[in-house]
Design a protein around this ligand. Structure first.
Ligand code: 6GU
Length: 225
């Protein structure tokens, strides 16, 4: 899968994409992530990407030209399944959306900034508007990084253990059961006896009971679906 991220602050995302699971997924050829600096596409001699809003409103607005030219250049190379715009007024990102987007071949994520982008971009080029929650970030870069992380880690082979992405919290609308590692007794803090029993079926049952109990207690709304 290929993800193209369009931003005015590439430095905010670059480091993140080359680390850990996402970095490894790229080296393994499971995901290809390209970050584009919108300033590189500006025809303005000062590489300007924003301008004052019509109507005398406060703040700056991202101009059509650099965004349109960048998207056109990408579209000339390949077809895109989605052109996503990150914005607090978008559809709420969640695990089903991450799963769905992970099945696409090529997607673009445009990071919103300043007061917003010229609305004509949203009307004519964007296929989906996405928010990562009910709060306002200074820019869409962190949202794009969150989404990319959630999408790439469910791609087959991205995580060492094939099972582990499927047993995540939220994949089955249940929070994950607690996990423990050695030692079994740390300063008198004990690992649940059942996990040391070697009894596979009983352990699976315990895991499910824990998941149900934690979901009921912490996120009862998930059980309504
Ligand atoms: Cl996608 N962008 C911005 N700027 N703020 C947000 C967001 C996105 N999602 C939640 N807050």
């Amino acid at each position: 899968m290929r993800i193209d991220i369009l931003t005015v602050i590439p430095e905010l995302i670059e480091g993140f994409m080359n680390e850990s699971i996402i970095g490894r997924a790229q080296k393994k050829g499971i995901a290809e992530i390209h970050i584009h600096n919108l300033r590189d596409y500006s025809t303005d001699r000062h590489r300007k990407v924003d301008d004052y809003p019509f109507g005398g409103f406060a703040g700056m607005v991202m101009k059509c030209q650099p965004i349109d030219d960048c998207i056109s250049a990408l579209k000339a190379e390949r077809d895109y399944d989605e052109i996503i715009f990150t914005t607090p007024d978008g559809q709420q990102f969640d695990q089903p959306m991450a799963n769905e987007l992970s099945l696409k071949k090529n997607i673009i994520i445009l990071c919103g900034h300043y007061k917003g982008v010229d609305y004509r971009i949203r009307e004519h080029l964007i296929t989906r508007e996405v928010s990562i929650g009910d709060f306002v970030l200074t820019g869409g870069e962190l949202a794009a990084a969150c989404m990319t992380d959630a999408i790439v880690r469910v791609l087959p082979g991205a995580i060492g253990d094939e099972q582990s992405a499927l047993s995540d919290s939220f994949q089955d609308n249940l929070l994950a059961a607690p996990v423990y590692t050695r030692p079994a007794d740390y300063k008198g803090w004990q690992v649940p006896e059942i996990l040391l029993s070697g009894h596979e079926a009983k352990i699976k049952d315990w895991e499910l009971q824990q998941a149900l109990e934690r979901t009921q207690r912490l996120r009862p709304d998930l059980l309504d679906h």
